[in-house]
Design a protein around this ligand. Structure first.
Ligand code: SIN
Length: 524
């Protein structure tokens, strides 16, 4: 039996973009909020640094604009950045009026500093538990709203698109083991990024680009997937376990040291540890290679111990589990895949080229991040572009649905679960080995070949969960690799050893993408 759910809005994904959009949309209509796990499972939940916004008297949207553009190495969509920095403070102030209280010292907000920012402008909550606090705040609002129904453990396997109009999606309920057809005039994809396709990642391993493959298989442009941002300082442990050591730790003055105790970042950039993220990750990579080691160290022992314990409480506690005391020990760190800069191509209101279909948050390519995202701009992007998408959607929500039918049956073959997990593990290793911080044509082509063959022993079954997962994983990994092969230049977080310079022609192509003139298919 197929269940049918009709609502004004369908929101797929429950990170900040999805939760915030649901909260806003519920003022205008009914909302079905679908998440493949629970409301607590998202990259937002783990976000530490905070939200960058020019709210301080000494700061301005113009300065925030300049820092974002500088970090983006020429590929930012300037219109999108202008919107981000100027509308951001309004969204933050609404949040504050709604009852969210960011950390303060006395009467002033305690603003953090992160790489690439020329001002302290990162608002945070609970020290460095910003993501958890925001998710809990919005989840509470969502539970209280009569207009929102949350569908947890639902897998969306196809969009319902006909004649360039989106009518909703098809989903499968894990708990009920039944099929659902969701219908609406407005569907928002907010499924987050794809950095979980790497072995070493700060993301939950469920972040494997579901929304990107949903859109791509429906023929929607996916842009600049090669720009996977590596966070410079993920905790290193020999078993491969990792967690994020926030950039805000360096903002408070932590040093990066090589195996001989030398502070090396000064050799790479005048801002040393607070250089933009791509520069720091590349610097660490180079030192690790030269010294033939798997990690470098962060050192905080010269900083105020009590402040470290309160400002970075959960990093302090997580490190203690590995017998590392942040206040006196050296912390082993190395870069890990962290953020998907590319994604589903959208306009300035999160709209895609399919009527009624929007993409918001990390899954979208709005052009705000260029070739290297400025730290803590991503949560701000979620707020600003979710708001704009809901505003834009108002023109659609009173339309009567003319095509709300169609069903798709789906099933799970548990016998192939372990083979799928093995292949997923193989994809993680291929991405880590060959599509990391520094790339080269030959190893990228070899990686693509391996990804192409990954399913050679697999017996695909139509509308089956693991077959679908494998196809999606393969598609997303291929998009990143093909993008990396096509981009014959080094720019921001995409570094090609065989093309070490920035390239003017590729720059021009990107500008036309930003201007919405040519939606070229880099990945055909
Ligand atoms: C961090 O806390 O370092 C992560 C913030 C971000 O990725 O923007």
């Amino acid at each position: 039996m197929v269940n049918r759910i009709i609502s004004d809005y369908i929101i797929i994904g429950s990170g900040l973009a999805g939760l915030y959009a649901a909260h806003l949309a519920s003022k205008f209509g009914t909302v079905s909020l679908l998440t493949k796990h629970s409301l607590q499972t998202s990259s937002t939940y783990w976000a530490q640094g905070g939200i960058a916004s020019a709210i301080d008297e000494e700061d301005s949207p113009e300065l925030h604009f300049e820092d974002t553009i500088r970090a983006g190495r020429g590929l930012c969509n300037e219109n999108a950045v202008r919107i981000l920095v100027s509308e951001g403070p309004k969204r933050i102030n609404e949040f504050i009026s709604d009852g969210l209280s960011f950390d303060k010292i006395g009467n002033s907000y305690e603003l953090g500093l992160e790489g690439g920012h020329t001002r302290r402008r990162v608002l945070h909550l609970g020290g460095n538990e910003t993501g958890r606090f925001i998710v809990e705040f919005l989840s509470q609002r969502i539970k209280e709203s009569k207009n929102i129904t949350v569908f947890e453990n639902f897998l969306v396997h196809n969009l319902n698109i006909n004649d360039k109009i989106c009518y909703g999606c098809f989903a499968y309920s894990w708990n009920k083991k039944t099929d659902y057809t969701f219908s609406s005039s407005v569907t928002l994809i907010a499924t987050g990024g794809a950095a979980g396709i790497y072995k070493r990642s700060t993301n939950p391993h469920s972040s494997i680009g579901d929304g990107i493959s949903l859109a791509y298989k429906a023929g929607i442009d996916v842009i600049n997937m090669e720009f996977i941002q590596f966070h410079p300082t993920a905790f290193y442990y020999e078993t491969g376990k990792t967690f994020l050591i926030s950039e805000a730790v360096r903002g408070e003055g932590a040093y990066l040291l090589d195996k001989n105790g030398k502070r090396f970042m000064k050799d790479f950039h005048q801002s040393a540890e607070l250089a933009p993220r791509d520069v720091v990750s590349k610097g660490i990579f180079q030192v690790m290679k030269e010294q033939n080691v798997e990690y470098v160290f962060l050192s905080l022992s010269h900083l105020d111990n009590e402040k470290i314990k309160t400002r970075f409480k959960n990093i302090y506690e997580a490190s203690l589990k590995y017998k590392i005391d942040l206040t006196k020990d050296l912390i082993p760190v190395s870069p890990a895949a962290h953020y998907t800069i590319g994604g589903i191509g959208t306009g300035l209101n999160g709209e895609t080229k399919i009527a009624g279909l929007y993409a918001i948050g990390e899954v979208a390519y709005t052009g705000v991040h260029g070739a290297n995202r400025l730290a803590s701009n991503s949560l701000l992007e979620c707020l600003v572009f979710s708001f704009r998408a809901i505003e834009d959607s108002l023109k659609r929500i009173n339309n009567n649905l003319s095509f709300a039918n169609g069903t798709q049956e789906y099933f799970v073959d548990n016998d192939v679960n372990s083979l799928y997990l093995k292949l997923k593990h193989d994809v993680h290793n291929i991405m880590n080995r060959s599509v990391g911080i520094v790339r080269a044509k030959k190893s990228l082509e070899d990686a693509l070949e391996l990804i192409n063959q990954i399913d050679s022993g697999w017996n695909y079954k139509k509308n089956e969960y693991y077959s679908d997962r494998l196809k999606s994983l393969k598609m997303v990994a291929s998009l990143v690799i093909k993008g990396a092969i096509c981009r014959e230049e080094s720019r921001g977080c995409h570094i090609r050893i065989d093309f070490p310079k920035e390239d003017k022609i590729l720059y021009n192509i990107n500008q036309s993408i930003n201007a919405g003139i040519t939606r070229i298919k880099l990945y055909a």
